[in-house]
Design a protein around this ligand. Structure first.
Ligand code: GSH
Length: 261
């Protein structure tokens, strides 16, 4: 499958220019001046794995954003105006609009990457990370959707869809058994980008996953899902409304102090 514009940019380690759009020209320059100094805005949906990976990177980078929880069934106009394709996550930073989750992650790591998830990794390791993420997004996600919603894809059984995804589980299990995490003993961008999708896969049939022959993957998932880091991105918020007086600043102070500890 051909790489999308975003994925090409990711391999070279740069955020995708095509995905980072500018806000409509009609907005007054004075407004720009105020906006550029203001807190970035993240449109997010708690259970979306793409939004989750964006929040994981932002929580790790400790860059404060205003979190706006979105109800996908009734998206706020401000989200649609910023990004007409209206998927989440969307990050609005001054006049930039970043509307691909991996670009949001790379933006966060560009601000701060204190434990070297990405920035100072060798080019070969960066390529390995991006290849894993690309496989997740293009192949694993395809089978995951069919496994999760097998009733919508009656051409094959749910077991069939699960079996198609299993080669990915097996590869990740071997990697974790070898390194501790997906590409190294420490966490990298790959772990944060892929974790939400494995979590979703595991929750389709917990009993099956609990006895599946992927013990290292299971342990990796369990450890990270129990961490303060992961739980800090899973707090529940009411959907955002333009009339809201109080902004939700993410990550919150408790998360920040847990990183400092
Ligand atoms: N390639 C996008 C995919 C994002 C995406 O598909 N998000 C889903 C939610 S998990 C969405 O917003 N779907 C739009 C909708 O359901 O209306 C990214 O990586 O940010």
């Amino acid at each position: 499958m051909a790489l999308g514009a975003s994925q090409h940019s990711l391999v070279s380690g740069l955020a995708s220019v095509s995905k980072i759009r500018t806000l409509p020209r009609s907005i007054d320059c004075k407004v720009f001046a105020t906006m550029s100094k203001s807190t970035p805005i993240l449109y997010s949906f708690r259970r979306c794995p793409y939004a989750m990976r964006a929040r994981l990177a932002i929580a790790y980078s400790q860059v404060a954003v205003e979190l706006r929880e979105v109800k996908l069934a009734s998206k706020p106009q401000a989200l649609i105006d910023a990004s007409p394709k209206a998927t989440v996550p969307v990050l609005v930073v001054g006049q930039q609009v970043i509307d691909e989750s991996l670009d949001v992650m790379l933006w966060a790591l560009k601000q701060k990457d204190s434990r070297n998830w990405w920035k100072r990794q060798k080019p070969a390791v960066q390529q390995e990370i991006m290849a894993l993420i690309r496989h997740n997004d293009e192949t694993f996600k395809y089978w995951l959707d069919r496994y999760k919603y097998a009733d919508r894809h009656p051409e094959h059984s749910q077991d069939y869809y699960r079996q198609q995804a299993e080669s990915t589980l097996a590869e990740l299990d071997i990697r974790i058994g070898l390194h501790g995490n997906l590409v190294a003993s420490q966490l990298t961008l790959a772990d944060a980008a892929i974790l939400p999708f494995i979590r979703q896969f595991a929750s389709v049939d917990k009993q099956w996953f609990a006895q599946a022959p992927y013990p290292a993957l299971r342990q990796w998932l369990e450890n990270h899902c129990e961490s303060v880091w992961f739980n800090s991105v899973m707090e529940k918020y009411e959907p955002w409304q333009p009339s809201n007086k109080k902004k939700i600043i993410f990550p919150n102070e408790a998360t920040k102090s847990s990183y400092a500890a």
